[in-house]
Ligand binder design. Structure first.
Ligand SMILES: Nc1ncnc2c1ncn2[C@@H]1O[C@H](COP(=O)(O)OP(=O)(O)OP(=O)(O)O)[C@@H](O)[C@H]1O
Ligand SMILES: [Mg+2]
Length: 458
């Protein structure tokens, strides 16, 4: 256990001596001061974890010590020792934010219990701070790996909207990093110290989802044995991440729309209107336009959500990111598994570059994790990678009758397929590939740059 430093403030030397020797025997570090002002001087020097102060003292009394301390650092708990009769004083100091009070004569067991409690309180506060710090570190925009132009645009938009209160809709295939972006938006916003609450609409059936989002009153339905505070209320002041929003039932959509529009709702079975201040970030890998066509998603909700849309491109359309991601995940899993893996062989990387990754970054991450575990040498080779990863046909996006992918993405996919095919046929010779395509080599180069096609045959 870390050192815990207690400051005793009392004008009576005998009182200080007895408490001090008791706490010292319990392995606490104890500092002392004979007056409030002297005590505050010690506090200002730093490193005090808890203050124990007498109430009646000639210069500053206990109440003034509490006030001065709260002003200096509200996180240092202070316990005030009052005479038995002075309940008024006790009430006053509690109002000013004292951690607790003890009546004289001080019962040493009670004192120890209080010190323990204060210690746990401090520990929880610092633990909480540390966790928040770690989360922020983990989810800040810099931790999102990318070098492709498409992702740069995505991150730019996300960074800019983070600071606003606007509702954001994040779209993209499974495993493209939607949740990662949602986290980055929260931790990049002014709400970062407030809660980020997540709700996954695909994981909960209809009425369960509604009470999960909005809460319910006791007895509102069979099984509602007590009041339940919903995610919207939990997220008050912070961000609510609604994942898989395409799976939300129609009836709940109505309620959600109102919550988004007016920041208000009622708990299930409740009549009291609850007002909240919540920033909503939603994500889906479903085709909302198609769901609207089928009458499964409300158009008004769609427009409400669609204020700012972030479209995450599938990994096969940002292949330039693959080498970087591979390096990132190797480092991550080498550390986790305590293995001294330095990288991947050229063949191994080429093999992955050709794969079409239907499961996107999550799939790449899993492949690398497995390879790190399997690898016998410092370099991952093709042997450590799953056999038979196919280049994929990208049929769905290239199929002219498939209207679910946005037009520009389909056109780009078609262009990409032709260019990659030509490069493959001409073994990476760009001037020959250009001739085959019937365009100039310069035109080919510029399209390759635009589409971030890496010529790994060369
Ligand atoms: N650009 C990136 N840099 C580093 N790691 C990433 C990146 N994008 C995604 N990941 C990692 O890939 C995994 C999948 O990301 P995430 O869970 O955010 O995807 P998703 O789009 O929410 O997927 P699903 O639709 O399946 O819920 C996570 O472990 C995430 O940390
Ligand atoms: Mg997700």
């Amino acid at each position: 256990m870390q050192e815990f430093r207690i400051l005793l403030i009392d004008d009576e030397p005998a009182q200080i001596t007895s408490i001090k020797s008791f706490l010292k025997r319990r392995n606490y570090t104890v500092l002392s001061a004979n007056s409030g002002s002297e005590g505050m001087a010690v506090v200002r020097e730093g490193n005090v974890d808890l203050v124990l102060t007498d109430f009646r003292m000639p210069d500053m009394n206990g109440l003034e010590v509490v006030k001065a301390l709260k002003e200096f650092n509200p996180e240092i708990p202070v316990v005030v020792i009052t005479a038995f009769s002075d309940t008024e004083d006790a009430v006053q100091v509690m109002k000013e934010g004292a951690f607790d009070y003890l009546a004289k004569p001080v019962n040493l067991d009670e004192l120890e219990a209080l010190v323990q409690k204060a210690r746990e309180h401090c520990y929880l506060i610092s633990e909480n701070k540390l966790l928040k710090e770690q989360l922020r570190e983990r989810y800040k925009f810099d931790s999102i790996i990318s070098q492709s132009g498409v992702m740069e645009d995505v991150l730019n938009t996300a960074g800019r909207v983070a600071r606003s209160k606007a509702t954001v809709l994040i779209r993209g295939e499974s495993g493209t990093g939607k949740e990662l972006i949602a986290n980055a938006i929260h931790y990049g916003s002014e709400r970062r110290d407030k809660p980020l609450i997540t709700v996954n609409c695909a994981a909960l059936a209809g009425n369960l989802l509604e009470s999960e989002l909005f809460g319910h009153e006791k007895g509102s339905f069979t099984g509602a044995i007590s009041r339940h505070i919903g995610r919207f209320e939990q997220a008050d002041g912070g961000t609510l991440f609604i994942d898989e929003i395409g799976d939300i039932p129609l009836l709940t959509q109505v309620k959600l729309l109102r919550a988004l529009q007016f920041g208000e709702f009622e708990r299930v079975g409740g009549s009291q209107t609850i007002k909240i201040d919540v920033r909503v970030v939603a994500a889906t890998n479903r085709n909302l336009e198609e769901l609207i066509e089928k009458g499964l998603f409300r158009e008004d909700l769609y427009y409400r959500l669609n204020v700012i849309t972030i479209q995450l491109p599938p990994l096969r359309e940002r292949k330039a990111d693959i080498p970087l991601l591979i390096r990132h995940f190797i480092k991550k899993y080498a550390r986790e598994n305590n293995k001294a893996i330095q990288g991947i062989s050229k063949e191994g990387q080429d093999y992955l570059m050709r794969y079409h990754f239907p499961g996107n970054i999550r799939e790449l991450e899993n492949i690398i994790e497995r390879a790190v575990v399997l690898a016998r040498d410092a370099i991952i080779t093709t042997d450590d990678l799953p056999a038979g990863l196919s280049a994929g046909s990208e049929k769905s996006i290239l199929d002219p009758r498939n209207f679910s992918d946005p037009f520009p993405l389909k056109v780009a996919a078609f262009e990409r397929a032709m260019i990659e095919e030509a490069l493959e046929l001409k073994k990476g010779n760009q001037s020959q590939a250009a001739r085959l395509l019937g365009i100039s080599e310069r035109h080919l180069r510029s399209r390759m740059q635009k589409l971030e096609i890496v010529n790994n045959k060369r």
